[in-house]
Design a protein around this ligand. Structure first.
Ligand code: FES
Ligand code: FES
Length: 195
């Protein structure tokens, strides 16, 4: 007769009987969220939890932009060279065209939509300093700038230029970005001081 083994989907421990597995799951993993079926990822985007079935070849950009309809991370070069697809993942700017969605399970992601919805001053200062012409690259710059200000609330112009080094703009808006970012930093510090 065929012998069955039962694998705990949380920790991989093997049991001879289903009842033993059930007892183990209830005693050792009761507080943990239900394990996801293969191909499912659970991620938080702009504070909202998503559980999505993904294909192994899907990039994070395809998932966010094409499947979830958050259109700010723009696809341009599709080879990690321009920064227009930048999103913030767990506090760091990353290229969503070079990241597989399936590897993002459990991660926290921010896009320009979330940054704008949260009323971040970068949106206002980018408009004020005319940091965009066609605007295609702008969400990538905004996410990179937001990640910089989260880490460094008072950056020097040189530090800003270095942080934005991977973001390309066909329209040549480069001189405007440091001005907008430094003003946003001032506004954030004022807000902090006013608390
Ligand atoms: S589209 Fe991702 S770096 Fe250019
Ligand atoms: S504003 Fe057009 S590519 Fe940057």
């Amino acid at each position: 007769m065929e012998e069955h083994k039962y694998l705990c989907p949380y920790c991989g421990e093997i049991f001879e009987a289903f009842e033993d597995l059930k007892g183990h799951a209830l005693s050792s993993h009761k507080e943990e969220p239900l394990p996801l079926p293969e191909g499912m990822v659970r991620l938080t985007i702009n504070g909202e939890m998503y559980e999505v079935q993904v294909q192994p070849e899907w990039t994070l950009n395809y998932l966010i932009h094409d499947k979830l309809g958050l259109t700010s991370p723009k696809m341009f070069c599709d080879r990690g060279a321009c920064g227009s697809c930048t999103v913030i993942m767990n506090g760091r700017p990353i290229l969503s065209c070079m990241t597989l969605a399936i590897e993002c399970d459990g991660n926290r992601i921010e896009t320009a939509e979330g940054i704008a919805d949260a009323g971040h001053p970068l949106v206002e200062t980018y408009v004020k300093h005319h940091c965009m012409q066609c605007g295609y690259c702008t969400p990538g710059f905004i996410t990179t700038a937001k990640a910089l200000l989260d880490k460094n609330p008072d950056p020097e112009e040189e530090e800003i230029r270095e942080a934005l080094g991977g973001n390309l703009c066909r329209c040549g808006t480069y001189p405007q970005h440091p001005k907008a970012i430094m003003e946003a930093a001032d506004m954030l510090r004022e807000r902090e001081g006013g608390k």
